[in-house]
Design a protein around this ligand. Structure first.
Ligand SMILES: O=c1ccn([C@@H]2O[C@H](COP(=O)(O)OP(=O)(O)O[C@H]3O[C@H](CO)[C@@H](O)[C@H](O)[C@H]3O)[C@@H](O)[C@H]2O)c(=O)[nH]1
Ligand SMILES: O=C(O)[C@H](O)COP(=O)(O)O
Length: 322
């Protein structure tokens, strides 16, 4: 690990316990805070998360000014459950309706910037099964306390199939097998980020609106690399949020996520002119299903788009805000 990274870890690490809600109230002053949950078919978990934030950080210690759920083409009751719990709910495809609709989590996050008004935007996945409002306060702490910090990434332990004999660990398969090796290879300054793909992070609007967002699952890697470029390592902070449990996708589905993350890394390297002699990566992923007659190839499209910095569409976005 580079000496700068060790130094950054010393200076820019904290834990959620360092930022109790009461202590943030004064630091918040007139800063507006939005919490955004991107949600696709999360009716089982989204209500509990929204309710906890509303109860503890809107009605309790007033730190959060709005809770927004971006309904990402759910076919279940996500939107109704989130609204009943007290969130403002927007259908992803109804935001900025004059733009062609793209799909994916990154698209949901990018569009959230058009319908929220917080100076700070906190992103929380809607599939967490052990959510605590300290996830939000932990992410807010460094941003409210330290003007040089523009982006805060959560980190945690990630249980996966834990049993009594084996301690619960081993989650974050794409993180460990794809994202971390990629970052260490090409962006060693980001080697200190414990959970580069984690869905819980917060940023200042002034930064987020200047960043492009890839539309799919590459969004976290893209934001991290682009934040490093725009704000420098010192613009980033990391907060230990404890333990995170979420619903796991199949290995087959995670291969598509891995493909999108690699395409995002490629696009950032290409932007620096490093990939010039190589042809663009193919977004087609061939996987295999075992059938009676052997392994049958199945093609999966893992292509993803990219939205420009929201600041470029700000005027249009403002006219859409409620
Ligand atoms: O098209 C989509 C897909 C997902 N989601 C939501 O995004 C969140 C995370 O998606 P999920 O499918 O649960 O991703 P994970 O398997 O948990 O993937 C991890 O790695 C991804 C890639 O970096 C990150 O985007 C995730 O936040 C992180 O938890 C959840 O609330 C989803 O409902 C959408 O809103 N739209
Ligand atoms: O971040 C990741 O690597 C993916 O979300 C997969 O996580 P899991 O291995 O815990 O399901």
């Amino acid at each position: 690990m580079l000496a700068e990274v060790a130094d950054w870890l010393d200076r820019r690490s904290s834990t959620a316990a360092d930022w109790p809600a009461g202590s943030l109230r004064e630091l918040k002053g007139s800063t507006r805070v939005s919490v955004v949950l991107p949600a696709r078919n999360e009716e089982r978990t989204v209500g509990t998360i929204v309710s906890a934030i509303r109860r503890e950080l809107v009605e309790g210690v007033p730190l959060v000014d709005e809770i927004v759920v971006i309904d990402s083409r759910s076919v279940d009751d996500t939107a109704a459950v989130a609204a009943a719990a007290g969130a403002k709910v927007f259908a992803q495809d109804a935001i900025l309706p004059r733009l062609p609709c793209l799909s994916g989590k990154g698209e949901a996050l990018w569009k959230s910037l058009a319908v929220t008004s917080g100076d700070i935007v906190v992103f929380v996945d809607a599939d967490l099964v052990n959510f605590s409002s300290s996830f939000v306060t932990g992410l807010l702490g460094p941003l409210l306390a330290c003007p040089e910090v523009a982006y805060v990434k959560g980190c945690y332990d990630r249980p996966y199939h834990g049993t009594e004999e084996t301690p619960p660990a081993g989650g974050g398969r794409v993180t460990e097998l794809v994202a971390r090796p990629l970052l260490n290879m090409h962006w060693p300054l980001l080697a200190g980020v414990v959970q580069p793909l984690g869905g819980e992070y917060a940023g200042r609007r002034s930064l987020l609106e200047r960043l492009p967002f890839v539309t799919g699952y590459g969004v976290e890697l893209g934001l991290l690399v682009d934040t490093l470029e725009l704000a420098g390592l010192d613009g980033l902070a990391q907060v230990d949020l404890g333990v995170r449990e979420h619903s796991h996708q199949s290995t087959e589905a995670l291969a598509a996520m891995a493909s999108q993350i690699m395409q995002t890394a490629w696009s950032r390297l290409d932007r620096q002119g490093l990939m010039m002699p190589l042809s663009s990566p193919s977004p087609e992923l061939t996987q295999f299903h075992r059938e009676e007659n052997g392994h049958v190839p199945v093609g999966r499209d893992t292509s993803l788009g990219e939205r420009p910095p929201m600041i470029g569409v700000r005027e249009y976005a403002l006219s859409f805000r409620h």
